[in-house]
Each structure stands twice: as C-alpha cells, then as structure tokens.
Design a protein around this ligand. Structure first.
Ligand code: DWN
Length: 411
C-alpha cells in the first residue's frame, strides 16, 4: 500500500513554458509523494499522462550545460572501456549527447519526444520516437537483436510502470550484456532536503533498496552502484545484469554499503519521510520569508536557471513576480516565455544578467560550483545568491553546494 508523506500542492507541467495566450488553459495536478510500504519505492500519488510531459514541445536539452556534456562524454568513454559493447541501445536519448560517442551502425535509440528523435535520426542514429515499453523492446529485438550495453540517463524514474520497464530491458539485454541507468538519488535528496527533485517528470525517486525489491520480480540484478555527487545534485549510476550472467562481476561490498547507508537513515521506514516532510515545510517558510524580507528592502531579485526543479519551488512556496522579476536561462526554447504555474518571465542571460541585479535565486543549484565561479564579479560587487539546498541560505562566495555544507570552491 502506498502511504502519502508530503503534499506539494497544485503544480503545473514542470517543463511547459508558456506564451501569454496559453495561460488560461494551463494544466495543473496535485503533486503528492508517497512510500510504497511493500517495495519501499517513493512515487507520486497522482501522476501526469506521459504524453503531456514528453512530446514534440519538450524543451530540455541534456547537452545544455558544459557540466553535462563532459559528464556524458566521460561516461561513454568509461562504459566503452569497461564493456567494449558491440550493440548499444540508449533509452531516452534526448539530443544525442551520449550516443554520439558510439558507432552509428551498431547503436539504436528510443526517444518519445519526436522533436529530439528527429535530431538523433538526422545524426544517423536510428531512433524510435516511442515510449519505452515491452512492445518497443520487442520491435528492437526483432530489428536489431539483443543489446550488449543498454543505457538510460534520467529516464527510468520518469516511467510510470517501472516493473514493466525493467522487464522490457530484460527482453532485449544480451546474456553477457549490462544495463546502466542514472537517476537522481533519493538518499542525496533526503540529506540535502532538495525536495525540488519532486516534479511531474520524476514519477519515482529511487533508493537502491527499492530498486532491489522491484528487480526481484525480474531475472535482472544490480551488480554495482556509483554515487555521483556532482551530477543533478546527487545521482546514482546503477549497473544491472541478467542473474545468470557470470561474465560481469557483482560488487557485493559496494552494493551493501549503499543499502546499509539507506537503512541507517531509516529510508525503509515511514518515520524518515514524516521527518522529511517537516523539513520541507520549514524550508518553504524560511525561503519565502527570506525572499520577502529582501524584496522589502527593494532589492532587484531574479532567478538563475529556469529549471524543472525551480518550478516545484516557486509553485509550492508561492514565489511569483511579486518577488522574482524574471528568470535568466541559456535555453532558447525557454526564453521569451513564462515559467510554468507562477508565470515569471524567462529571458536570455545577455538580456537579464544586468548590473542592477542584487540577488539571484539559484534555480540551477546543481551547477552552483560552475555558476558561482563564473559570477565572481557579481559576488565581488556585493551581489549574492539565494539557495534552499541544503538549507535556506545566502551565498556570497564561489560555492559548491553538492559538495555539501557550502564549502568554498578551491581556487
Ligand atoms: O530529469 C531531468 C533532469 C535530468 O533535467 C529532466 N526531467 C529535466 C531536467 O531537470 P532540470 O530542468 O532541473 O535540469 P537542469 O540540468 O538542472 O537545468 C538547468 C537549466 O539551467 C537549463 O535550462 C539551463 C540553465 N542554465 C543556465 O541558464 N545557465 C544552467 C547553467 C549551468 C547556466 O550557467
């Protein structure tokens, strides 16, 4: 049975940036998170139709930041070295930032957002603009055979029927193949109170404990876990293989260490989530009060990065244009639009990052090391950033938030 632990209120589609004439019919849903007491999986109590989130109007580019381009580059290199796969499949290939490192003739992709599937098809990678499910895996099996490396980044936690998604992987994974997927870590979000990882696209937020429980219903098993602090505010890269695959080794110590850490934090008990809910409600209060008091001093406040994460924050904390003048973002498809729900204008960096900006909310806090380093001059002339991770705070020096405790970025 799934038990609700936090209600984040009425929320819009996190990546649906709007024109003035689209505001009236904007779609909203109730974002509530619950714990399944059998599998210990944390998921939304009420979900949004997949095609309402992922379609030809999707705007998020995985290659949109230097940090992520470098990440997918080094990940591709490492997986190639570790597994030297013949046949490669990527699930959720977005704009091809990962698959571009593999051979076009032996690599296929699945991407339901047809505007992005068009990009990778034009790059020469056969891309199925479909959702990942058993039928799609069957089609790939028939047309391309079993796959030696299957990769999915920030995709599995977007899929409602996660058990079927794994069975579909099992269907097309070769006997000695490996499935590698990356998604935000619930444990990292819990420790940093980064509750903005809860938004429509993130139907689930995974612990390794919950993934283990779900995979028990398949012939797949986890054989390794990388905990990557600097990516998306804390990401798990999970390695999975068929149970009878003896070619790929299983790192029991590594897996048991993560499971033990999750247990230590009681992430397999409702009490931890009730505690988290209190932290979230307090964070909301502190953030609103801080921003409102800064605004009372007539300081020009903007937001840095029109992230999906900040959609949750602004709508849950009721932060609108009465506090934030606009959001600066480098993504052309978001510029000139209004942010989901709170309708804060999104402008280009060139247009919005002006001398009179005094404070900026770190919507893209997961890149705080890069952003605060880049904006040293802004900090040097008395400007400041506002963050809610790991607690509501003012940032006045180059800082790396994912490093924890706002440690200064080494020169
Ligand atoms: O799961 C998902 C994660 C992987 O990415 C997707 N469902 C949606 C998306 O979530 P997000 O929007 O929170 O992702 P990011 O990568 O934190 O978004 C960064 C945004 O900030 C982009 O719109 C680009 C912008 N940005 C900027 O304007 N200036 C980023 C940096 C670093 C900058 O300097």
């Amino acid at each position: 049975m799934k038990k609700e632990f936090i209600d984040l209120g009425k929320q819009p589609i996190a990546n649906r940036f709007l024109n003035e004439d689209e505001l009236e019919n904007e779609f909203f849903y109730n974002l509530k998170m619950g714990l399944d007491e059998e599998t210990l999986l944390v998921s939304q109590m009420e979900t949004v139709e997949a095609s309402d989130m992922f379609n030809e109007n999707y705007v998020y580019h995985s290659s949109g930041t230097e940090t992520m381009r470098n990440h997918f580059n080094s990940t591709a290199e490492r997986l190639n070295l570790l597994f030297s796969p013949d046949r490669v499949l990527e699930i959720g290939s977005n704009d091809g930032v990962f698959i571009k490192h593999f051979n076009k003739d032996t690599t296929v992709a699945v991407e339901p957002c047809s505007n992005f599937a068009k990009i990778t098809n034009e790059m020469g990678y056969q891309t199925y603009d479909e959702f990942w499910n058993y039928d799609t895996s069957d089609k790939i099996l028939k047309e391309h055979g079993k796959q030696d490396l299957i990769y999915a980044a920030n995709c599995m936690c977007h899929i409602h029927d996660i058990e079927q998604a794994f069975l579909s992987v099992e269907n097309v994974l070769s006997d000695n193949g490996v499935f590698v997927f990356e998604d935000p870590s619930l444990m990292a979000a819990y420790l940093r109170n980064s509750y903005d990882q809860f938004y429509d696209e993130h139907v689930h937020l995974f612990t390794i404990t919950a993934l283990n429980n779900i995979l028990k219903k398949t012939n797949l098993e986890i054989c390794g876990v990388d905990q990557i602090n600097h990516i998306h505010g804390g990401t798990n890269r999970v390695f999975v293989k068929l149970k009878n695959n003896k070619k790929v080794s299983k790192d029991e110590n590594n897996i048991n260490t993560v499971l033990a850490d999750e247990e230590l934090l009681d992430l397999n008990k409702m009490i931890a989530y009730e505690f988290w809910a209190e932290n979230i409600q307090n964070s909301k209060m502190f953030l609103y009060d801080l921003l409102a008091s800064l605004k009372k001093r007539d300081l020009k406040l903007v937001s840095y990065g029109a992230t999906s994460k900040s959609t949750t924050i602004f709508n849950y904390c009721n932060i609108g244009t009465d506090i934030i003048d606009y959001i600066v973002d480098t993504t052309p498809a978001k510029q000139g639009k209004l942010s989901p729900g709170m309708h804060i204008p999104v402008v280009s960096y060139e247009e919005g990052w002006t001398e009179d900006v005094r404070g900026a909310f770190l919507g893209a806090w997961n890149y705080s090391d890069f952003i605060t380093e880049k904006e040293k001059a802004f900090l040097g002339r008395g400007g400041f950033f506002i963050t809610h991770v790991p607690e509501v705070d003012i940032v006045t020096k180059p800082t790396c938030i994912p490093c924890g405790a706002n440690k200064e970025v080494e020169e």
